[in-house]
Design a protein around this ligand. Structure first.
Ligand SMILES: [Zn+2]
Length: 120
């Protein structure tokens, strides 16, 4: 008994299994069908890209939630004639977290995109 990769979800499954225990993919019927595999791979890629896109929007939202009150804080400080320090406001941390989060998601998207083009 050997372990093979499920063509649908990449989970390691037994070569004697007729169905993938992770995603229920029919291993006995699906193995020979290139067209089905390509369709499944494309669908999985689209689903993952969609999740990543949503995560990148969430990252931008986090940065915005920090940036807007931070901006008002600075404007108020300038109007009051008080010198505003960059690290004064909690918003700067949210902007930082959102920005790093966004970069990680974008890098992940790029690597997935190139892996998909290579046909993995
Ligand atoms: Zn599977």
């Amino acid at each position: 008994m050997a372990l093979i990769k499920c063509p649908s979800c990449d989970a390691r499954v037994s070569s004697v299994a007729s169905q993938c225990p992770e995603c229920g993919f029919d291993l006995a019927a699906g193995m020979a069908d290139e067209e089905t595999l390509r369709t499944l791979r494309n669908r999985r890629y689209r689903d993952r890209m969609y999740v990543l896109k949503m995560l990148s929007f969430a990252a931008m939202a986090i940065a915005m939630i920090g940036a807007i009150p931070m901006l008002f804080h600075y404007i108020n400080a300038i109007e009051a004639g008080i010198p505003a320090q960059l690290m004064d406001h909690w918003g700067v941390y949210l902007v930082g977290i959102g920005f790093v989060f966004y970069l990680i998601v974008r890098v992940r998207m790029l690597s997935m995109k190139s892996a998909h083009r290579r046909g993995q």
